[in-house]
Design a protein around this ligand. Structure first.
Ligand SMILES: [Zn+2]
Ligand SMILES: [Zn+2]
Length: 145
């Protein structure tokens, strides 16, 4: 999810650029997407940082804690982050680095927000019966012994 921000850097402080995000399905540690990300974002040029704000939606692919089957969960996230040329930006928390090639990567920001958007209970449905203690198949699957 790299965006070239060279043009934006040349603008006046306070100017903003808007862009659509679609067809993006980044490989993120700890979060699997069942669907492409869609939404929009704006980049505002401030004095020495770029402010990125956006709103994205997708479907997460999760595994049920009880029956281990996979299920999808809709996620809607707000992006908000500052990007700067400080190479240690990421280590300092709220700020992210602009690469030497004038690119910013939204993937770490998206991952952070998606992790916060995970449901508290990872269940395919609230009443999931889990696995059969006899054979290990999901109870939901019709089977006999
Ligand atoms: Zn389940
Ligand atoms: Zn069984």
């Amino acid at each position: 999810m790299h965006i070239n921000i060279k043009d934006i850097l040349d603008r006046e402080t306070g100017e903003r650029a808007e862009f659509a995000i679609e067809g993006e399905r980044p490989d993120l540690p700890d979060v699997e997407l069942a669907e492409d990300l869609g939404g929009s974002a704006t980049i505002t040029k401030l004095d020495d940082v770029l402010l990125v704000e956006g709103e994205l939606a997708t479907q997460l692919k999760l595994e049920c804690h009880r029956c281990l089957s996979s299920f999808t969960h809709p996620a809607r996230i707000q992006l908000g982050g500052r990007f700067s040329f400080n190479p240690n930006a990421e280590a300092e928390g709220d700020e992210w680095p602009i690469s030497k090639r004038f690119e910013i990567d939204l993937a770490p920001l998206v991952r952070q927000e998606l992790l916060l958007a995970l449901p508290i209970q990872l269940l395919c449905r609230e009443a999931c019966l889990g696995l059969c203690i006899d054979c290990g198949q999901p109870q939901e699957a019709e089977h006999e012994h």
